[in-house]
Design a protein around this ligand. Structure first.
Ligand SMILES: *[C@@H]1O[C@H](CO)[C@@H](O)[C@H](O)[C@H]1NC(C)=O
Ligand SMILES: *[C@@H]1O[C@H](CO)[C@@H](O)[C@H](O)[C@H]1NC(C)=O
Ligand SMILES: *[C@@H]1O[C@H](CO)[C@@H](O)[C@H](O)[C@H]1NC(C)=O
Ligand SMILES: *[C@@H]1O[C@H](CO)[C@@H](O)[C@H](O)[C@H]1NC(C)=O
Ligand SMILES: *[C@@H]1O[C@H](CO)[C@@H](O)[C@H](O)[C@H]1NC(C)=O
Ligand SMILES: *[C@@H]1O[C@H](CO)[C@@H](O)[C@H](O)[C@H]1NC(C)=O
Ligand SMILES: *[C@@H]1O[C@H](CO)[C@@H](O)[C@H](O)[C@H]1NC(C)=O
Ligand SMILES: *[C@@H]1O[C@H](CO)[C@@H](O)[C@H](O)[C@H]1NC(C)=O
Length: 423
């Protein structure tokens, strides 16, 4: 009797802590999402499980997948995954009331990992974005991966091929390692891959490393509420930079702190390092460093504005308004590269002047600091080495009545002349 009880107890312990591998079922020509959703809702695969998209199979993810709260779960993408190639089918899923906010929506849980495979011919997630870009179709576009409110885990070795729009967002998550991912949103026809943002960092204790992004919007964007963000050892091509913001739209209180962005190559990007907050915002961005950034063929290597204002909204509030997002302890250190200063029109420019045009700029500026009086503290650019592609002297833009401390170069609209803090 005693022995039997012990035996039952022991087998329960063994089975409750066993690791399970669940291979996602696939049916040729059919949507594979419902089968996975059914298994997820049954509950048995939401703890201590690998959910495996197996190598050798191309899965049809014809409708979005909403993962429930999960603990100790790994979603392994070893096969290929394909979105519908039909634009209206995707639009209908995004417009549906059941749309979970992203094509792959994770929300809640602990120790959740989304991973791919090192095999270069498998593990691709193909969204067929080219057709959307070619048609300039911007209605009901899906976001790729929402990785929200998860504590602990990783996103690694994922390969995205031609996303329709935004890729990864980590809002409200903490202690996540995002490494060795590839996002390839390069258009093969000359159409522009609008809003194909790489990584949107919201949350706490997030490390990004060894990522390669080719896209048409921010490579990295750090948003409201982000804290302790580290980005390193990466390559960004074609997009809109290593960005913080935009913060404080419509008077919103936005806070970002402790961000280190380093060891990254920016190639043919519109911006290198970029900060943007809206006029009239509240909150603060503090302790933000960009360092060891190599840039090649970049029109705006370093660009900061505390005065972002949409022209369509009429006259901006006066510069003496009490409300503005504060910026404190910003360091740009160890930038080297070439400034694209020839006749230039980036693919996302559809207006005249272009949305990124800076009144008064010559195109030869390595740094543009558009700061707001009394709200910018300890902003320094140091060890900056740049040449223009035309060979013209390198310039800066900076309004000395907005900041009086040493910012590392002479604060004026003129030639780049390093000062004491700049060496
Ligand atoms: C999951 O595994 C952990 C050990 O890693 C164990 O403590 C826990 O009981 C398991 N949970 C379930 C539901 O199997
Ligand atoms: C999964 O694990 C979590 C946290 O350990 C626990 O609260 C939950 O009950 C578990 N779920 C199942 C189905 O065992
Ligand atoms: C976290 O999940 C991974 C799989 O992604 C697993 O190997 C590991 O054991 C889990 N950690 C804990 C503490 O259960
Ligand atoms: C997986 O998808 C990628 C991207 O669409 C493709 O290049 C590759 O050939 C596919 N792999 C196989 C084995 O079909
Ligand atoms: C972030 O990391 C720090 C240092 O390891 C830790 O003290 C803190 O609890 C973490 N924050 C969250 C939200 O996990
Ligand atoms: C401006 O800032 C003050 C002081 O922080 C705050 O009370 C007020 O609500 C803000 N106004 C707007 C329009 O954001
Ligand atoms: C500033 O941020 C960096 C990088 O996240 C961090 O290591 C450092 O501790 C922060 N400094 C302060 C004073 O919080
Ligand atoms: C410089 O800043 C002051 C104070 O905000 C402002 O009044 C002035 O218009 C600015 N000058 C330029 C050229 O932007």
């Amino acid at each position: 009797m005693v022995l039997k009880t012990l035996f039952v107890a022991a087998s329960l312990v063994a089975s409750s802590s066993a690791w399970t591998v669940f291979t996602v079922p696939h049916t040729s020509g059919q949507d594979d999402t419902p089968g996975l959703m059914q298994a997820l809702s049954a509950g048995a695969i939401t703890n201590n499980t690998s959910i495996l998209f197996q190598q050798g199979v191309t899965y049809n993810i014809f409708t979005p997948i909403k993962f429930p709260v999960m603990h100790n779960v790994e979603v392994a993408v070893e096969g290929n995954l394909t979105y519908p190639s039909d634009i209206p089918a995707v639009q209908a899923a995004v417009a549906a009331s059941s749309y979970p906010g992203a094509w792959f929506a994770f929300s809640g849980g602990t120790n959740v990992t989304l991973r791919g495979t090192a095999d270069p011919s498998w593990g691709w997630i193909d969204a067929h974005g080219q057709a959307w870009w070619d048609a300039n179709q911007q209605t009901n576009r899906p976001h790729g991966f929402a990785f929200s409110k998860i504590n602990g885990g990783a996103i690694r070795d994922i390969k995205v091929w031609k996303p329709i729009g935004w890729n990864f967002a980590t809002s409200g998550s903490s202690n996540i390692e995002i490494t060795n991912n590839q996002i390839l949103a390069a258009s093969s026809t000359g159409s522009f891959p609008f809003n194909t943002d790489g990584f949107s960092a919201g949350g706490t204790n997030l490390t990004f490393s060894n990522n390669h992004v080719v896209n048409g919007d921010d490579c990295l964007t750090v948003g409201n509420g982000a804290k302790n963000i580290h980005w390193t050892d990466s390559v960004c091509e074609n997009g809109h930079g290593l960005s913080i913001g935009s913060l404080g739209e419509g008077g919103q209180v936005a806070d970002v702190e402790n961000v280190l962005i380093e060891n990254t190559v920016m190639k043919n990007s519109l911006y290198g390092a970029r900060f943007k907050s809206w006029t009239g915002g509240n909150g603060a961005a503090k302790n933000i460093t960009w360092r060891n950034i190599a840039f090649e063929n970049v029109p705006f290597p370093i660009y900061v504005t505390q005065n972002y204002w949409d022209q369509e909204d009429g006259t901006p509030p006066p510069a003496n308004s009490a409300n503005n997002t504060h910026v404190e302890d910003f360091l740009f250190e160890g930038f080297a590269g070439t400034i694209e200063d020839g006749p230039y029109k980036e693919g996302s420019c559809v207006t005249d002047p272009c949305w990124y045009a800076v009144p008064g700029a010559t195109g030869k500026e390595v740094v543009i600091f558009d700061l707001y009086p009394n709200t910018a503290i300890n902003i320094v650019a140091k060890d900056i080495l740049a040449v223009t592609e035309t060979g013209a002297p390198v310039r800066v833009m900076c309004n000395a009545s907005a900041i009086s401390t040493d910012i590392g170069f002479k604060c004026w609209d003129g030639l780049f002349i390093p000062t004491k803090a700049g060496f």
